[in-house]
Design a protein around this ligand. Structure first.
Ligand code: SDX
Length: 392
């Protein structure tokens, strides 16, 4: 159209939309959902309540909360034919790959587009994905561990069920550990939404073509999988274990991270927006200390993480580039303490981010945002004549 096109790869200086859901201040390390500080929500709320707040914009009354929880429980069953689909996966599959495709497979049993102009249909689509996503996540865990698939137990709470479906074995009654539930609930709150991050932008742009809610969430799962994004929590644990096996030599890994010729990055460090401490990292570090105290256990990897953080923050490279621990730096240590395998860490991130993806998709559709279609600066070949094969 001849209009001015400014190149902004990675959208570092582009506002993609207006939103009322989450407020970030990267300089001050502030995170709020619908005006409530993440510190207040982490302390006083629970994951299902924060999900309601993020999606619908207000903290629910007791009646609204109970209805939301009941409506979600109405939809925790999956169509039995979904088992035929997951049976096609090899045990070696990554749970994120299973979760992404199984989420899209839900469209085989549910309308492909959730009609946002019909509040009842929109609400039904939201409680359906809130109900079925954790079941699919637990199935991905069971499938990759050769274990039988569990159904939700509607007598349990939302977060209790996540642990129950992942760890219950048919020969025993699964004992819910309230300490584990409390730690996981807070961790999920801290992942609920984070404005226009990579996976949320993916959910918005896929939804902007009027692809359905489930297909859009499926795309968000794939975007989250990358190690520069949600996949970092798995990469952090693998890095900390490598340092542990290397005699705890954090200085060696910090030197590698600073070496321009070495592609190694300190996983769990740095952030596009936070040029100060990620408030979530602070809260997760505190939650990890509390969890180990409550459990009466410890994890040598936590000491390595704290030592790595201390040495890095004293190093001018990290100070100059404003690289601080982010949400992924300590979260894996808590997941591991809960018995969650490292390959499932990013799946846990996805469960936490689900309400944010839903909220952002809903807002984009209700605001009738145009289909996302950026332009480019063409730097390829000028016009040239076609040459038939026998002349090349
Ligand atoms: C999440 O966006 C969100 O909100 C995401 C998230 C959410 O809740 O949705 O917060 C969740 O994804 C957290 C981030 C998890 N990723 C990691 O921990 C992977 C390691 N971190 C990075 O790769 C990086 O810091 C990013 C991806 C997080 C941010 O990348 P940017 O903003 O594109 O910054 P950059 O890659 O351009 O880095 C700027 C400079 C570079 O040096 P120079 O080229 O300027 O010399 O800082 C360096 C980078 O080399 N750098 C690092 C580093 N991160 C950046 N050097 C060493 N170790 C690192 N971790």
């Amino acid at each position: 159209t001849g209009g001015l096109i400014t190149l902004d790869s990675g959208f570092k200086n582009t506002g993609a939309c207006e939103s009322k859901i989450t407020f970030l201040d990267g300089e001050k390390g502030i995170l709020r959902h619908r005006g409530y500080s993440i510190e207040d929500l982490a302390k006083g709320s629970n994951f299902l309540e924060v999900s309601y707040l993020v999606i619908f914009g207000e903290l629910p009354t007791k009646a609204q909360y109970e209805k939301f929880e009941k409506d979600i429980k109405r939809h925790t069953l999956l169509n039995e034919e979904m088992k035929n689909i997951i049976d096609g996966y090899p045990k070696s599959a990554h749970p994120m790959g299973i979760l992404s495709s199984m989420t899209c497979a839900l469209t085989a049993f549910n309308p492909i587009t959730v009609n946002v102009n019909d509040p009842v249909a929109l609400y039904e689509g939201i409680v359906k994905i809130m109900a079925k996503f954790p079941v699919l996540a637990a199935w991905a865990h069971s499938k990759t561990h050769g274990m039988p698939l569990n159904y939700a137990d509607n007598s349990l709470g939302y977060v209790e069920n996540i642990l129950n479906m992942m760890f219950k074995i048919p020969t025993e009654t699964y004992k819910i550990n309230p300490i584990a539930v409390k730690a996981l609930d807070e961790l999920l709150i801290l992942h609920a939404d984070h404005e226009q991050n990579c996976s949320t932008s993916t959910v918005r742009i896929v939804g902007s073509s009027e692809a359905g809610l489930f297909a859009s969430i499926s795309a968000g799962v794939s975007a989250l999988w990358g190690r520069l994004h949600g996949g970092a929590n798995q990469a952090v644990l693998e890095m900390l274990e490598a340092i542990q096996n290397d005699g705890g030599d954090v200085e060696k890994y910090i030197a590698k991270a600073k070496d321009k010729d070495d592609p190694f990055r300190l996983m769990g460090f740095g952030h596009r927006v936070y040029k100060n401490f990620d408030p979530r990292a602070r809260l997760i570090k505190k939650a990890a200390d509390e969890l180990f105290e409550d459990l009466g256990t410890s994890d040598p990897v936590l000491a390595i993480a704290k030592h790595l953080e201390k040495v890095a923050l004293e190093d001018e490279y990290f100070a100059e580039k404003k690289l601080y621990p982010n949400v992924d730096f300590y979260s894996g240590i808590i997941y591991r303490a809960l018995g969650i395998p490292v390959q499932m860490f990013t799946v846990m991130f996805a469960i936490g981010r689900l309400p944010g993806w839903i909220a952002q998709w809903r807002e984009m559709r209700l605001n009738k945002e145009p289909i996302g279609r950026p332009r480019q600066l063409y730097i390829g070949e000028p016009l040239r004549p076609f040459v038939p094969m026998d002349k090349r």
